[in-house]
Ligand binder design. Structure first.
Ligand code: GUN
Length: 291
């Protein structure tokens, strides 16, 4: 079984981006700038935002993180979004989700200027994605497409089963995998928590994309021999033997599937690092469009 290693590839792409940023600097030009808004103190969200900030620093992008208390009002956040929309020196804006319950995620994501929507969550971005127009592909689906391309995984005519229908991963992924493009030319089945006989669908898949957020849900017995398995899950599971108090688990039981699958993305080190590259690439794309 082949391990689809995202870490190594991410390192190479980061080096390429760093080179491009160095060229901009040598020409005396402004560098790409990503802004993030983080509301509240959710541990996972803080880790994600810190990683995004570190990625920017590593490749030479500017970054700004605007942190708000859990009690921030919706209007405060909307005002900040508008301010960033109007700042010509900021190319990309992400509002880390989830937001506290009293703040509408829909209102906030819709307020982001679609030209700076590097998360690709705005209705305009998702509408363009549905039509196959040029847009910001949400980072995780983007990372998965990069993985398929880098490992030259044949998709034409294959059956891809996506497990999970979130707006961030499952739904855009199902669209991208069904387009007439080299690395997304499948017959797609989108399954979710209410799918009856879920196993019978997964069993038919040449490519399984597991994005349901249930640790080790996908077992070897659910797979067709030789299936390619993309694990998007990254759940913190309590583990007192770990200094952090938790370990990260994917949606795939790696040990159980490794005899059946022909290729699997590990967690950590699979899709995650490429997802982070997706955001950097989108930020660079926005920068290039406006410069
Ligand atoms: N929460 C979980 N994943 C994401 C993501 O990709 N972007 C944002 N903004 N929030 C998230």
């Amino acid at each position: 079984m082949q391990i689809l290693n995202g870490l190594q590839v991410a390192k190479t792409i980061k080096e390429q981006i760093t080179q491009e940023v160095n060229t901009l600097k040598q020409k005396g030009l402004r560098v790409p700038h990503l802004a993030a808004i983080l509301v509240g103190s959710d541990g996972a969200s803080q880790t994600y935002v810190n990683s995004k900030e570190a990625d920017c620093k590593q490749v030479g992008f500017d970054s700004s993180v605007f942190r708000y208390d859990e009690t921030a009002t919706e209007q405060e956040i909307l005002d900040k979004v508008e301010e960033i929309n109007n700042n010509p020196n900021i190319d990309g804006l992400i509002v880390q989700l989830p937001l506290p319950k009293h703040i509408s995620e829909l209102k906030v994501t819709q307020m982001i200027n679609a030209e700076k929507d590097v998360d690709g969550f705005h209705t305009i971005s998702l509408g363009k994605l549905l039509k196959g127009e040029d847009t910001f592909i949400p980072a995780t689906p983007y990372g998965i497409l990069m993985m398929l391309e880098l490992y030259n995984i044949e998709t034409t005519g294959k059956h891809c089963v996506v497990v999970g229908r979130s707006n961030i991963v499952g739904r855009p992924m199902s669209v991208l995998m069904s387009q007439n493009t080299k690395y997304g030319n499948c017959t797609v089945t989108l399954t979710h928590s209410k799918t009856q006989n879920l196993e019978s669908f997964v069993q038919q898949a040449d490519i399984v994309i597991a994005a349901l957020g249930k640790p080790e849900f996908i077992k070897g017995s659910m797979l067709k021999q030789g299936a390619i398995v993309i694990d998007v899950g990254i759940t913190r599971v309590e583990d007192s033997s770990n200094p952090k108090g938790y370990i990260l688990k994917g949606d795939v039981d790696f040990e159980d599937v490794k005899e059946i699958a022909s290729a699997v993305t590990p967690v950590p080190g699979g899709v995650g690092p490429l997802t982070r590259i997706g955001l950097l690439k989108n930020t660079f794309k926005s920068y290039l469009k406006s410069n």
